[in-house]
Design a binder for this molecule. Structure first.
Ligand code: ADP
Ligand code: MG
Length: 353
């Protein structure tokens, strides 16, 4: 018997209902599981490029990125020693004559730099300015410095020769010709500031690369177990030596392959030993993995200067810290790990001592 018009209408209504329900379920499901692509931005800062990648809705990500960009510009403006108008340039120009009163930002960086100096027994020392100048990092030179010149510069180096007044946030040099250089701490400091801004904006999935200083949130990107951060091969810098699986950590590398200059045919690395006054030729690269950005920056530079003994002390002093040191030569090198280093490709992570 052919269906009546009424029966047909009812069947159609049921089918339409099922269709609407299916679509609704599909939309709800999609809204819950669809991953919008990450929002990322590149910012020119610290003479390199910073890349911030946020897994968040644009409405939330964009204001956060604006605030991060402004903060990075503010930090760079205060700490850039190559800009004569920067706060650190004004400090360097006048602190030998009279105490220089610092902005809260500069004072905050100084506080952490002083702590780094103590923590590393002076291997990390922001007062290396005269040595950087002597070896030709401020102005090109054609000849290597003499022993007498090195000794003279060393007389103007040492955080112990700087008087800090915590009451009025002032700095005074006790010796003429001293100068502070934040090149080994600025990016790590900035990384912590950026991560704090992101957290304040409720962003809990982000990767921030401030040109070699990388930080990430505890929560990994959607659908992945962790963030992956590459360690460059210091002997073939276009290739990776290994990769790290990280969450809620900061990674920084110091190496002699970056920012080298050549004087009288000799290659000079941009990290100096404040105790000898000479450029360091220790490990080929040191990667530090640690919870705070400022520590990863400071520790990678300091361990580059002082070697594995300092690395072993630091992993005991700062929980969650690990180092990967690239030792040896281009023909024969190996990775030495100290503390916990979550290497993806290389030897299994060493247990913390
Ligand atoms: P990069 O700047 O390439 O990331 P680092 O974080 O290791 O590398 O910092 C190197 C910079 O730190 C140098 O360019 C210089 O400005 C400064 N510096 C060099 N030697 C020291 C040192 N012993 N202690 C503190 N800062 C240093
Ligand atoms: Mg560093």
């Amino acid at each position: 018997m052919a269906p009546t018009a009424r029966q047909r209408r009812r069947t159609l209504a049921v089918l339409a209902g099922i269709l609407v329900l299916t679509l609704a379920v599909h939309w709800v499901y999609r809204a819950k599981t669809a991953e919008p692509p990450p929002v990322s931005r590149e910012v020119a800062v610290f003479d390199s490029y910073a890349r911030l990648t946020l897994w968040a809705a644009e409405s939330r990500a964009l204001p956060a990125l604006d605030e991060c960009s402004a903060e990075l510009a503010r930090i760079h403006l205060a700490l850039n020693r190559f800009n004569p108008a920067s706060e650190v340039s004004r400090l360097n120009a006048t602190a030998a004559q009279e105490p220089f009163v610092c902005s809260p930002l500069l004072w905050d960086v100084l506080r952490q730099a002083r702590q780094a100096y103590r923590q590393t027994d002076g291997a990390f020392d922001i007062s290396v300015g005269p040595l950087m100048a002597l070896w030709g990092f401020h102005r090109r030179r054609d000849t290597l410095p003499s022993d007498a010149e090195i000794a003279a510069a060393l007389g103007r180096v040492g955080l112990g020769r700087v008087v800090f007044d915590d009451h009025d946030r002032s700095v005074r040099f006790t010796v003429k010709g001293m100068s502070l250089d934040f090149g080994g701490i600025a990016k790590g400091y900035a990384l912590d500031r950026v991560m704090a801004i992101l957290a304040r904006h409720g962003i809990d999935q982000a990767l921030v690369d401030l040109g070699g200083n990388v930080g990430c949130t505890e929560q990994p990107p959607p659908g992945r177990p962790h963030f992956v951060v590459g360690i460059r091969n210091p002997f073939a810098i276009k290739t990776l030596l290994d990769r790290l699986a990280v969450r809620g950590l900061a990674v920084a590398t110091s190496g002699n392959y970056e920012r080298r200059i050549v004087v009288q045919g000799k290659e000079i690395g941009h990290i100096v030993d404040p105790r000898t006054g000479r450029p360091v030729s220790g490990p080929s690269g040191v990667t530090a993995v640690t919870p705070r950005g400022v520590d990863s920056d400071v520790f990678s530079t300091a361990v580059y200067v002082a070697g594995p003994d300092l690395a072993r002390r630091l992993v005991k002093a700062v929980p969650g810290t690990g180092f990967a040191l690239v030792m040896g030569t281009a023909d024969d090198y190996h990775i030495e790990t100290v503390g916990t280093v979550p290497l993806l490709d290389g030897p299994p992570a060493a247990a913390a001592p």
